[in-house]
Design a protein around this ligand. Structure first.
Ligand code: TXA
Ligand code: MG
Length: 330
């Protein structure tokens, strides 16, 4: 695996040329987006896309997001482009928003896991934007981590998780948003938010007033939950629990007697006897940007238990709450 470093704000065209070429030829290239690192392959090349599933150990029923350089390129992959799609794309692209629409036949079934719809996104990160422009082909890219593990927010996370299973990693430093894009399904009878991100529900509903929220899949009941709705996901190796401050302190006392190595993500004061406390930023955006890096670090330190002080129950925290909930499913 080769790693190339680029300036995250002004990536040079020449530096990215080998990565773009690799994508066109069917290789696997990890690259930064504003949300997390993606594991990219030529979306119209079924053999290349299959390599993504193999590298991640991803179940073939979980469809991929196709990344493109602009809204016109996204529309070219969709059989229908609704008024809602137009409004959301116009207001929020490029950015951390994915739209699901009926697919055109040019999109291979392996990308959509056989579904009649395709997920499309125009990322805002300058490196992703320039890479997509140069590649000139749509790029299928899930988060660049082994299936069910934490998403990578730095190039090192990708190298640790996937190693030589990827041909090339474009290192553009830490990703600024830090959690995955919001996914809005516009392919059904009514618009539905499948996965919250950092774009607020309020902002989305200003554009699409009828937007509903998908119910969470019942845990352990369905062997094959709806796409986007896998309950356990985005999880560290350590057991993770989200608790209010008092319960957290009680859990520390209990865990000490069973000799656990305890890490904690804290918002308020100190938590005595936690071996690896991490003070998290108080704002939802800054918290999201640091969340996965903090969890990666606690895993690397060998924590067996990660206690997370529950963030405020406010709308701007919906994306973070969702990821913490999924990470705490056992
Ligand atoms: O921020 C992101 O979205 C990152 C970066 C790399 O763009 N990508 C990402 O991909 O998080 P992934 O594969 O980890 O998550 C994609 C989500 C999955 O929950 C998948 O089930 C859902 O999008 N999805 C993809 N295609 C879909 C479709 N046709 N219908 C419904 N859900 C779909
Ligand atoms: Mg993922």
């Amino acid at each position: 695996m080769t790693m190339i470093r680029v300036d995250p704000d002004r990536p040079s065209t020449t530096a990215l040329a080998p990565a773009a070429e690799r994508l066109r030829q069917g290789g696997l290239v990890a690259f930064p987006t504003e949300t997390v690192y993606g594991l990219g392959a030529h979306a119209l090349d079924p053999a290349a896309v299959r390599r993504i599933f193999t590298a991640k150990g991803r179940p073939s029923f979980n469809p991929l997001i196709v990344h493109v350089h602009d809204a016109d390129a996204a529309r070219a992959l969709c059989a229908e482009w609704t008024r809602e799609a137009e409004r959301l794309a116009e207001a929020l692209w490029p950015g951390p928003l994915t739209l699901v629409l009926p697919k055109r036949s040019v999109v291979p079934d392996v990308v959509t896991a056989g579904l009649p719809s395709v997920a499309v996104r125009v990322p805002a990160h300058p490196v992703a934007a320039e890479l997509l422009r140069q590649a000139g082909v749509p790029v299928a890219a899930p988060s660049a981590n082994p299936s069910n593990a934490l998403s990578p927010t730095r190039a090192e996370h990708v190298a640790e998780g996937l190693g030589d299973r990827v041909d090339l990693i474009v290192d553009g430093g830490a990703t600024p948003v830090g959690i995955e894009s919001a996914v809005v399904d516009l392919s059904g009878s009514s618009p539905t938010l499948l996965r919250p991100g950092t774009v607020s529900l309020e902002q989305l509903r200003d554009l699409v007033p009828s937007l509903g929220i998908a119910a969470e899949a019942p845990v352990g009941r369905t062997p094959r939950p709806a796409p986007g709705m896998l309950p356990r996901h985005y999880a560290p190796r350590a057991r993770l629990r989200v608790l209010d401050r008092d319960s957290l302190l009680a859990a520390v006392a209990e865990a000490r007697s069973s000799e656990q190595r305890i890490g904690a993500l804290l918002l308020g004061g100190d938590a005595p006897h936690v071996q690896h406390p991490v003070r998290m930023p108080p704002g939802a955006g800054a918290y999201a940007a640091e969340l996965y890096a903090a969890l990666h670090r606690l895993d690397a330190l060998g924590c067996t238990l990660i206690l997370v002080e529950a963030p405020p129950d406010r709308p701007e925290w919906a994306g973070v709450q969702d990821r913490l909930r999924r990470a705490s499913h056992t």
